[in-house]
Every structure is written in structure tokens, then in C-alpha cells.
Design a protein around this ligand. Structure first.
Ligand code: NAD
Ligand code: UGA
Length: 459
């Protein structure tokens, strides 16, 4: 079959895989290929055991794989054949050299630019899908044009706003699609070409366009604003715990103001995920680079409050459990950074577990989807850790439960049965405020929610 366009994505991760699968699903007229340097990842995309867990993803991939969606390690061929190249490689925080711990590590991104330059023989539209520092497109343009003068490259910015766990819904019904381009004739033409791809399923009024720099910066700012809301509500949890106010009541009262809105006000043990922290630090780094110290300090506060919240959670556990956790068995309910994903990158659970191990607690970690990643993350950690998927088995003989991911299954457990199998006195620290605290207290648990008065039988 003849396809209208050849679309390539470099980087078959949490963004590249689902996003391009959705494009293939909605646009049978295009041939979509996703390539990666990691052969195991590609093999899993071609198998029944996809490399990431995302509700609804299996069905979409099964429907289009081999029809107009292909996963491959042949990057060279992919580049040669493509009209449009999405780049969705990882852009983690730098761990070395200048800007270590703050700036984005652009080595994967730069390597991709070099590969494109090396293999491209015809004009290409290059789409930044990865989240990047503002002005990266300029660096990309310079890199692409450094030697290969006869091929025209047009660089666009098209940041991705999907959230894990709801990626398929977010891709199918996005709040908006953002496309940034140069405002030159060729830039505007390329912008229009990308608009037409999304217009296959996204209403036109939801496809917004801007200049390149606004688009790149908007992605960092959107994540900073989302994380800021969580840090804002989490900062108030500590005050609630001191004053007998209840964070759920405060969030409801505040969030019903239509100017503020009620989303993203769930108090928690802290936000996690691969992006919030890295993108804010990146924003902070850029502000400092331009000498905007006050602005940098303001946004850095969002990350500081998040670290404080995770530490506070463990300190609350320690204080409640008579100031010693050594030798106590603590069951961790949930290791993923949020529900409905197996992703554990920057998960608050990892941070909490490490602090608990420092206190010499024994850990039994339970999670319906993230145990494989949890084992990898805690490889080499000092202390006693076991991994048990079944929550009833996991809690047996434990002194405490810490709920760290808001998985639905934890709301539906038989806590009477659980109480019966635990050591007494037993404690629940609900880091997500998802359980029926009064009911648990009545069963006999000492209950410590986030930002609410504890319910305890201890005098
Ligand atoms: P990921 O680590 O899951 O995937 C990146 C993939 O790129 C990896 O499989 C890696 O092997 C591959 N790769 C690296 N260098 C390569 C190269 N030179 N050639 C081919 N493949 C290469 O990362 P992710 O979570 O998909 O994130 C990708 C980007 O999207 C990041 O910039 C991130 O900030 C952004 N983003 C992520 C999310 C999310 O929910 N995870 C949401 C929006 C935006
Ligand atoms: C986030 C953004 O929501 C996406 O728009 C963005 O594309 C993505 O980052 C990215 O750039 O990577 P994601 O990290 O997948 O998506 O998940 P979120 O739903 O934003 O949750 C992030 C963290 O905040 C989780 O640990 C979650 O449990 C926590 N959270 C969220 C709260 O503690 N309280 C809330 O009210 C909401």
C-alpha cells in the first residue's frame, strides 16, 4: 500500500511509543515508524509484553502494529525514508559537569541531531517532542545545518502534555496541542503540515500555534504550574496537622472558587515522576543563567517543599511509632509514582523507602504493576527488603502500612482481615488520603493521614 507520508519517531519511550501509536491509529494513511537505540525495548514493543504499562495502550498497538505502525532499531533507514521526524528521546537532569543536578542533559538529543544530519538526503521537518530548555530549537538548527547544506530542515516544537496512567485518553482528547515554529514562510508551511496531522482527530480550536520559543517555554511552565499547585496544597498539610484543620476540607473550600479550580489539589506524600522535578530545575537553571535570581528562587521553592513533604512523612512515621523503626516491619502499599502506571522514576516511594531503610526498618513492598522496577531501583540498597504482590500476604506480621500510591485496589481491601494478620499496635500512614480513616480507626488501627488530625488509640 502507498502511504501519504512517512512519519518517524526517534525514542520509543513513555512518550514516543503511545503518541506515535495514537497517530498511526487515527491516521491509517500515514506510515509511522518508531525507532530506538535500545534493542530490548524495540523487541518488547514488537511483542505481547509491551515495555510500558498504560491502560488502553495494548489494544491500540495491537490494532495498528504491522498495518501502519512499525517498531525498529534501523535508525538510519528510518531517517532516510521519513518526511517528518519526531524526536522523543530522554532529556534527564545532568549529573556531571556544569549545571549538574539542575540543567537538562542534552547528549541524547544532540546525538539524534547528528544522526539526522548524517543520514538525511531529502528535506525533513524535525519535531521536538522531548521537553527541552527554551532555545534548544536554535541549537538543533545550527547542528543540522553545520555540514549538510543541501538538505532543508525545519525545526518545530510540539511538546507533549500527556500524563502517565491516562496517556491514551490525553492523546485522544487533548486539552490542546501546541505547535511552535519559526514565523518564516517555510516555518509556517511546516507548522501547517503538522497541524494537518493532528486535525485528523483533534478539533481545530484545540490546536494552538505560537513561535518556537513560546512553545518550548510553555511546556516547562505548564509542568511548573502543575507541580506548584501540589506543593502549595502540600505546604498547607503541615499547618493542618498543627492546627486540627483538615486538608480535604480546605482544598474543597479553596478549589470551589472557579478562578482556582479543584484539580490537582490532592495532598500527598509528594509528587514524583520523571518530569516535574527535572523540568522545574531546568527552568530554575535557565532563570539563573539569565541572572533572574528571584524568579529562580521562587520556582526552586516548589521542589524544596516537595522534598520537605517526603522527609516529613517519614519523620511523622518515626515519631508516631515511638521514635524507633529499627527492626520494625513496614509494608509499602504502592511503589509507582502514581496509580495506573508501572513507572517508578522519582517516585516518592523510593525516597521514603530509602529513609526507612536508614532507620533500619524492614520493608515489604507491594504494588500491582511496579515491582519489577522497584527491585531494579532498590538494587544494592542496604537492609531487609521483600517484594510481595498480594497485599494480604505482604502485610502479614507487619507493624505498619504506608500507602504511597493511590491504586484503587487499596481502597477495596478487607482491612479487618489485614488488621488480624498484623503485629499490634498497628499503624496506617495514608500518604494519599485514599482510605476510610474513621473505619480503620474503628477496626483498631492507629491512623495517620496527610494534613488531618491523626486517629489514634494510644494515650
Ligand atoms: P524514556 O526514557 O521512556 O524514552 C526515551 C527513549 O529514547 C529511550 O527508549 C532511549 O533508549 C531512546 N533514545 C535515547 N537516545 C536515542 C538515540 N540517539 N536514538 C534513538 N533512541 C534514543 O523517556 P520518556 O518518558 O518517553 O520522555 C521523553 C521526553 O518526553 C523527555 O524529554 C520528557 O521530558 C518528555 N515528556 C515525558 C512525559 C512522560 O509522561 N514520561 C510526558 C511529556 C513529556
Ligand atoms: C505530568 C503532567 O501532568 C503532564 O501534563 C506532563 O506531560 C508530564 O508530567 C510530563 O511532562 O512528564 P505525570 O508526571 O505523568 O504528568 O503525572 P501527574 O498526574 O501530573 O502526576 C505527577 C505526580 O503528582 C504524581 O506523583 C502524582 O501522584 C502527584 N499528584 C498529582 C499529587 O500528589 N496530587 C495531585 O493533586 C496530583
Amino acid at each position: 500500500m502507498e502511504f501519504e507520508k512517512n512519519i518517524l519517531c526517534i525514542g520509543a519511550g513513555y512518550v514516543g511509543g503511545p503518541t506515535l501509536a495514537m497517530i498511526a491509529y487515527k491516521c491509517p494513511q500515514y506510515k509511522v515508524t518508531v525507532v530506538d537505540i535500545n534493542p530490548e525495548r524495540i523487541a518488547r514493543w514488537n511483542s505481547d509484553n509491551l515495555p510500558i504499562y498504560e491502560p488502553g495502550l495494548d489494544e491500540i498497538v495491537k490494532a495498528v502494529r504491522g498495518r501502519n505502525l512499525f517498531f525498529s532499531t534501523d535508525i538510519e533507514r528510518g531517517i532516510r525514508e521519513a518526511d517528518i521526524i519526531f524526536v522523543s528521546v530522554n532529556t534527564p537532569t545532568k549529573t556531571f559537569g556544569a549545571g549538574a543536578g539542575m540543567a537538562a542533559d542534552l547528549q541524547y538529543w544532540e546525538k539524534t541531531a547528528r544522526q539526522i544530519r548524517q543520514y538525511a538526503e531529502s528535506p525533513k521537518i524535525i519535531v521536538e517532542k522531548s521537553t527541552l530548555p527554551v532555545k534548544t530549537a536554535h541549537a538543533m538548527e545550527r547542528m543540522l545545518q553545520a555540514t549538510n547544506n543541501h538538505v532543508h530542515f525545519e525545526v518545530l516544537s510540539n511538546p507533549e502534555f500527556l500524563a502517565e496512567g491516562t496517556a491514551i485518553r490525553d492523546l485522544e482528547y487533548p486539552d490542546r496541542v501546541l505547535i511552535g515554529s519559526r514565523e518564516t514562510p517555510s516555518g509556517l508551511k511546516a507548522r501547517q503540515e503538522l497541524v494537518e496531522i493532528y486535525a485528523n482527530w483533534v478539533p481545530r480550536e484545540r490546536i494552538i500555534t505560537s513561535n518556537l520559543w513560546s512553545s518550548e517555554l510553555s511546556k516547562l511552565v505548564a509542568n511548573a504550574f502543575l507541580a506548584q499547585r501540589i506543593s502549595s496544597i502540600n505546604s498547607i498539610t503541615s499547618l493542618c496537622e498543627k492546627t486540627d484543620a483538615d486538608i480535604t476540607e480546605v482544598a474543597r473550600a479553596v478549589g470551589t472558587d472557579s478562578r482556582i479550580g479543584d484539580k490537582f489539589l490532592n495532598a500527598s506524600v509528594g509528587f514524583g515522576g520523571s518530569c516535574f522535578k527535572k523540568d522545574i530545575l531546568n527552568l530554575v537553571y535557565i532563570c539563573r543563567y539569565y541572572g533572574l535570581e528571584e524568579v529562580a528562587d521562587y520556582w526552586e521553592g516548589v521542589v524544596k517543599i516537595n522534598d520537605y513533604q517526603k522527609e516529613r512523612f517519614v519523620l511523622n512515621m518515626l515519631t508516631a511509632m515511638f521514635n524507633t523503626l529499627a527492626g520494625k516491619r513496614i509494608c509499602i502499599f504502592g511503589f509507582a509514582f502514581k496509580a495506573n502506571t508501572g513507572d517508578t522514576r522519582e517516585s516518592p516511594a523510593m525516597f521514603v523507602c530509602k529513609l526507612l531503610l536508614e532507620e533500619r526498618a524492614e520493608l515489604v513492598i507491594s504494588d500491582p504493576k511496579a515491582l519489577e522496577n522497584a527491585k531494579e531501583d532498590l538494587k544494592g540498597a542496604q537492609g531487609k527488603i521483600s517484594y510481595v504482590e498480594d497485599p494480604y500476604e505482604a502485610v502479614a506480621g507487619c507493624d505498619a502500612i504506608a500507602v504511597l500510591t493511590e491504586w484503587d485496589i487499596y481502597r477495596q481491601l478487607d482491612f479487618k482481615k489485614i488488621y488480624g494478620s498484623m503485629d499490634k499496635p498497628c499503624f496506617i500512614f495514608d500518604g494519599r488520603n485514599i482510605l476510610d480513616h474513621r473505619g480503620l480507626f474503628e477496626i483498631g488501627f492507629n491512623v495517620f493521614p496527610i494534613g488531618k488530625p491523626p486517629l489514634t488509640h494510644l494515650k
